[in-house]
Design a protein around this ligand. Structure first.
Ligand SMILES: Cc1cc2nc3c(=O)[nH]c(=O)nc-3n(C[C@H](O)[C@H](O)[C@H](O)COP(=O)(O)OP(=O)(O)OC[C@H]3O[C@@H](n4cnc5c(N)ncnc54)[C@H](O)[C@@H]3O)c2cc1C
Length: 401
């Protein structure tokens, strides 16, 4: 039995959980954070961090440790299914001069965030998995956790579900809603891929896309994201599927060599999914546990960190006012999140569902490139330009006419 009279129990120490744990501990709360993994651990991701992510990491104090391990990221070049290409550079996005993003292996990034949380005073328990929530008088008052063979309880005034795409907390708090898009990710690290600079490549095909992103000297993150139907047709072995998927793209074929794989293929899915209840009496969900659509726009880490930024003051204020906050007291986080992300969600879906029509998608890529509008689009997905720069009649017409 762990005696842990915490103010806050954070379940999951990815960017969402670590970001929130750091903020709450710095605000003077007693925070216990658990993760089923032992750090450093890998996380399937394209490791493309947009400029707003860099700003968020700076706010947390992660800039200095990241300097030694991150490489710059100038933007992305999208190759349509029929030969058109679109370049979007953060530095060319409308508005004031924008700094680039960065790329860094998640194994390093998440370790840095976890260490910052520890330094902020968070009590961290690794190899500790949430299995159930403790409910008393209609409120969540902590979690039941598995540590090796033992089951223990950790009590807290607020419990934060930050346990990712397959969140146990979200399932226990009312379940997940699935969107029609059902995609799966396959990601490896590969050495010596020629001609990959500091602008990521996205190659879109029928039923799948491929991303190449430099994450260190001579090291490339090679991601394949495929629809359920594409996957079903392939069957079996993920590494073989990943390699065969790369071969379908003439601009990628031959550049990624199986004998240069440094970190084997990791897989996840399906996405897209979101949680039915973001806030409950005594509990709140952030990051992928709250919802995740599709990795194409490379925004998940940014969203996780921004949600942590939004949730922190709500939790601090609620705990100052009461012993165990009600869903109503935590609801401001849900409203802030919706206000901040509604535009971005629409743009993500425009792109994510747009890929289902390869000819149209390719034409839009060509038209936007001719008009130099790729910089605006990446500025929006990079969260340095407001979504309304894309969600307006002029921009949308430019894609199709
Ligand atoms: C293929 C792919 C590519 C992506 N590429 C990018 C990209 O380039 N850029 C970008 O910004 N985003 C990208 N994303 C999205 C990004 O990875 C996520 O949005 C981000 O990691 C969300 O952070 P999180 O903290 O919510 O969850 P996670 O990072 O998943 O962290 C959750 C943590 O919870 C722990 N956990 C899980 N279950 C339990 C449990 N029961 N008990 C205790 N701990 C638990 C896990 O061990 C983990 O450490 C990509 C996603 C995919 C699938």
């Amino acid at each position: 039995m762990i005696e842990a009279p915490a103010d806050v129990l954070v379940v999951g120490l990815g960017p969402a959980g670590a970001g929130l744990a750091i903020r709450l501990a710095r605000a003077g709360l007693r925070v216990t954070a658990i993760d089923r993994a032992v750090f450093p651990r890998d996380k399937i991701c394209s490791e493309f961090l947009n400029p707003e992510t860099v700003r968020q990491l700076d706010l947390l104090g992660a800039t200095e440790p990241l300097r030694a391990v991150a490489v710059p990221l100038h933007g992305a070049r999208v190759f349509g299914p029929r030969g058109h290409a679109l370049t979007g550079l953060f530095g060319e996005a409308p508005g004031t001069r924008h700094e680039p993003g960065i790329s860094v292996p998640r194994r390093l990034l998440d370790q840095i965030l976890m260490e910052l949380a520890r330094a902020a005073g968070v009590r961290i328990i690794e190899d500790c998995r949430l299995t159930d929530l403790i409910r008393e008088d209609g409120r969540i008052v902590g979690g039941l956790v598995a540590r090796g063979q033992a089951t223990e309880t950790i009590r807290a005034r607020v419990t934060i579900g930050a346990d990712g795409l397959h969140s146990v907390a979200a399932r226990l708090l009312g379940g997940r809603l699935r969107e029609p898009l059902r995609r799966y990710g396959f990601v490896a690290h590969v050495a010596d891929v020629p001609d990959v600079g500091f602008t990521a490549e996205m190659h879109v095909g029928r039923g799948l896309y491929v991303g190449l992103n430099t994450i260190g000297p001579g090291l490339t993150n090679v991601a394949v994201v495929a629809s359920r139907a594409t996957l079903a047709a392939a069957g079996g072995d993920p590494t073989r599927f990943w390699a065969e998927a790369l071969d379908r793209f003439p601009a990628v074929r031959g550049r990624v060599r199986a004998d240069r794989i440094v970190r084997p293929v990791l897989t996840t899915g399906p996405f897209a999914t979101r949680s039915r209840h973001l806030v409950s009496n005594g509990a709140l969900l952030i990051g992928d546990a709250a919802g995740f659509f599709d990795p194409f726009t490379g925004e998940g880490v940014c969203t996780a960190l921004r949600e942590a930024e939004m949730a922190a003051p709500v939790v601090v204020e609620a705990l100052a006012a009461t012993r165990t906050p009600t869903a109503e007291q935590l609801d401001r986080y849900r409203l802030l999140r919706r206000r901040a992300f509604a535009g971005k969600w629409a743009v993500e879906r425009l792109i994510g569902y747009g890929m289902l029509a390869p000819a149209l998608f390719d034409r839009a890529v060509g038209r936007l490139e001719r008009r130099g509008m790729g910089h605006t689009l990446i500025g929006v997905t990079g969260e340095i330009v407001p979504a309304r720069a894309v969600l307006n009649a002029g921009f949308l017409m430019a894609m199709v006419v």
